[in-house]
Design a binder for this molecule. Structure first.
Ligand code: AMP
Length: 217
């Protein structure tokens, strides 16, 4: 099961990919999470990526391609993987296809989580992330039991630097311009499954579990 999550920022890719990874035992590979950990470790790659991320722009293709393709080549991906946030441009999609062909691990399904732009802004500006375990909350729709504290590990909840209204608008521009064309790219290959992501988290998760069972059978 080699799966790609596609959709606007805030569509729920991370939330659903994490849940699916937990239920299937497949690794969840989030390009955003990997870039953020490169930044917090102060690596050269992180330093290169930071200025783009802070401005809501995409990190250059060659940087992200190298990073993600190396990750997918690791042993824990041999029985499948769940990609979240990669690919995000036509160049990345082609590079990924080539690399997966060489590895003999082609993409099976692309889940396209669809939400409107207004909903994206509402979701992202209310998003809070655990600084210790990465669990995702929302100030209104998925609040933690104790404000500012992660239910799962007791870690401190923070707002991502790029989750402000101004940066979200930029990220949406990048999404429509550079990522949306991938919907057609994957649809024309018969891989795309469109999911209405304006619904509740549990309802979407149930749909995705059913879909994965169907793909696996
Ligand atoms: P995310 O956590 O997926 O919302 O990504 C946060 C930011 O990381 C994006 O706004 C981009 O700046 C950068 N990023 C993540 N994935 C990619 C990618 N595949 N290509 C280019 N930039 C990316």
């Amino acid at each position: 099961m080699n799966l790609v999550f596609l959709g606007a920022p805030g569509a729920g890719k991370g939330t659903q990919a994490k849940r699916l990874a937990a239920s299937t035992g497949r690794p969840h590979l989030s390009s955003g999470d990997i870039l953020r950990s490169e930044i917090s470790e102060g690596t050269e790659l992180g330093t290169q990526a930071k200025q783009f991320m802070d401005a809501g722009q995409l990190v250059p293709d060659d940087v992200v391609d190298r990073m993600m393709i190396a990750r997918i080549g690791r042993d824990d991906c041999a029985d499948g993987f769940i990609l979240d946030g990669f690919p995000r441009t036509a160049v990345q999609a082609r590079e990924l296809d080539e690399a997966l062909e060489e590895l003999g691990r082609p993409v099976d399904t692309v889940v396209y989580l669809h939400v409107d732009d207004d909903e994206v802004v509402e979701r992202i500006t209310g998003r809070r992330v655990c600084s210790a375990c990465g669990a995702i909350y929302h100030a209104k729709s998925l609040p933690p039991k104790v404000e500012g504290v992660c239910d799962k590990c007791g870690g401190r909840l923070t707002q991502r630097k790029d989750d402000t209204v101004e940066v979200v608008r930029e990220r949406l521009v990048a999404y429509h311009r550079q990522t949306e064309p991938l919907i057609e790219y994957y649809r024309s290959r018969g891989l795309l499954r469109r999911v209405d992501a304006s619904r509740g988290i549990d309802e979407i998760q149930a749909d995705l579990s059913a879909m994965v069972n169907e793909v696996a059978s």
